[in-house]
Structures are given as C-alpha cells and as structure tokens.
Design a protein around this ligand. Structure first.
Ligand code: SIN
Length: 312
C-alpha cells in the first residue's frame, strides 16, 4: 500500500453522531460531526493519503434522491482521476445497503468504493466507528479491490448481497446465502470470494433531479392483503410497483389481481420477496416478472434506475 490516495466522502449517520438528550439520557443524534474532525481520531495508514469531502450531513433514514445524485456525481468525479486509488463513503447503517446497491449500479467501479458506518456514535464510551473507518481505508487501499462494498465489524459485504438484519448489534449486516466478500484482520484482507461486478443501469449524468425520479413504490403481500391500495397508486400515476411477495414470489390472489390490472395499464410490476435469504425463481407461465434483486428495497432502486437509464 505505497502512495495511495483515498478520498473519503461523508454523508452523515451514527458514525458521525454525538451524544444528545434528544432521545432520552442515553440518546444521541446522528450526523453531527464533520469528516475532518472524525478522521482526526483515526490513525493514518502508512502510505495512504486521505482527501475529504463532506457531501451531506444527514441521518440515513432521510436519504434523498438529491443526495444520491450528488454522491454519485462526486464519486464519478474522483474515480475518474488516475491519482485516486479508491473511495470511502461514510454513511448511516439504516439505508447503507440501498446506497451501496445504488452506487454499484450507477458506477460499476473498477476501483473500490467502500461504505463505512457505525452502530455507536462517535461520542460513545466505546465507539465502533474509528475501527470501521480504519478497516474501510485498508480495503480501499488494497491492490485488486473493486466494486462497491460495505465494511463493518471486520467483515466485507458486497453491495449486491448486504442487508441490515439487527437493530442494535455492532455487526448488524449479513450477506445471506452469498456470504461475505472477505474479512479485515489487523489491516490485512482475507478474501472469501470475488469482488462485486454488475451492469450499469443508469450513468450518474442520467440521474434526474430530486423530485423527478420515476415513481416506484413497494407493496407487501400478507394475510388479508387487498388490491385497493394498488388501484389508488395507479390512480396517483405510479410508474412502477415492486411486490414484496411471500416465499418464492407468491402473493395474495386479491393483490395479484390488482397488480395484473396495473400491469395492463402500463405500470411496470416486478416480484421481490419478504424472505431475507434465497432468491425468487421464475416459473413457466409467470404473469409478473421476477425483480432484479430479491430485496424489495433494492429491486425498487434497480427499477427506478432502469426507467431513468432506458434509452429514449
Ligand atoms: C443512520 O442510519 O443514519 C442512523 C443509524 C445508524 O447509522 O446506525
């Protein structure tokens, strides 16, 4: 790792959180500390030059298409520079898997883009952010690293597979059946499988301004699911619908009837699943196509990008 320039783009999150009484005595508020102050407490890695940029300062539950667009354009800008070896993006854990998936499908980078996050605020008795940042920088500066990954608690997850599965633990992420890309141990990488590779669904320059993105919503199949909410969304002028189906893409017959009706009116309808492991496998005679990701939130991103990136 000799003479590598890594750009750290900050978006907010608990990693930049500070104690506050906003949520009770033991509470904190996310996105309070700027990236330069955060990195001041993180030891420099030998041979790694750090450049910083504050892209936003938000709790990731409030992630917007505007921030995504700016972030994608800034990532594209830095990745195009030959002197930049990789990027680290600091982010809240709540929607980190969505931003990771989004960035992978607008950049498909040949260099590493590493999401760094934390479950405890920077002012906690024992914050996890500094170690996660050191690990993320080590991954971003590693020879051969590429694609968008999320590094948390010493585990490297692919943007395509990662999901947050725990509300409080300091290792809340899993990669399902695919398993992690690898691990960071004492600054050394131990790879378990290939780096993420995917198609670009829409280039950053093709992303619409906030407020002009395709309107795609998620509806869930469950006991007693009804079709009227789908009909209301169609009346609203929705462009696409992702159904968070049960099991292998199954849904309540009343919901299915409304979704087929929506499809016949030109709304793009795709099937993801409520299951957090496995994938949806299309069967002969399917009337609703399988989504690009089994995760409803990620399937929604893929569909919005496809609608924006489609020629003409
Ligand atoms: C956030 O997602 O911004 C807050 C929660 C977290 O980072 O863990």
């Amino acid at each position: 790792m000799i003479g590598k320039k890594i750009v750290v783009l900050a978006t907010g999150g608990t990693i930049a959180g500070a104690a506050s009484t906003a949520h009770g005595n033991l509470g904190y508020t996310a996105a309070q500390i700027g990236i330069d102050e955060l990195l001041a407490g993180v030891p420099a890695l030998q041979g790694v030059e750090r450049v910083t940029e504050q892209v936003s300062q938000i709790d990731s539950k409030d992630m917007s298409f505007g921030v995504w667009r700016t972030l994608a354009l800034r990532c594209a800008h830095w990745l195009a520079r030959p002197d930049v070896a990789g990027l680290v993006v600091t982010h809240g854990t709540d929607t980190a898997e969505e931003t990771a998936f989004f960035l992978q499908h607008v950049l498909a980078p040949a260099k590493p883009v590493v999401i760094a996050c934390a479950m405890r605020p920077a002012t906690a008795l024992s914050p996890d952010g500094p170690q996660n940042l050191v690990d993320a920088l080590a991954v971003a500066a590693s020879d051969g690293a590429r694609g968008v990954v999320l590094v948390c608690a010493g585990v490297i997850h692919s943007a395509l597979d990662v999901s947050k599965q725990h509300t409080f633990r300091v290792d809340p992420f899993v990669s399902g059946d695919a398993g992690p890309v690898g691990y960071v141990e004492e600054g050394q990488l131990r790879l378990a499988r290939e780096w993420p590779v995917s198609a670009v669904l829409a280039i950053p320059q093709a992303l619409a301004e906030d407020g002009a993105w395709p309107r795609v919503e998620i509806v869930m199949s469950h006991a007693g699911a009804e079709g009227r909410w789908v009909r209301a969304l169609v009346k609203e002028g929705i462009d696409g619908l992702v159904v968070a189906a049960t099991g292998n893409g199954m849904m309540h017959r009343d919901l299915e009837a409304a979704l087929l009706e929506a499809q016949s009116r030109g709304v793009i309808v795709v099937r993801a699943t409520r299951c957090t492991q496995g994938r949806v496998i299309g069967l002969p005679g399917d009337t609703l196509p399988v989504a690009a990701s089994a995760s409803p939130a990620k399937a929604r991103i893929a569909l919005m990008l496809e609608l924006m990136g489609a020629p003409g």
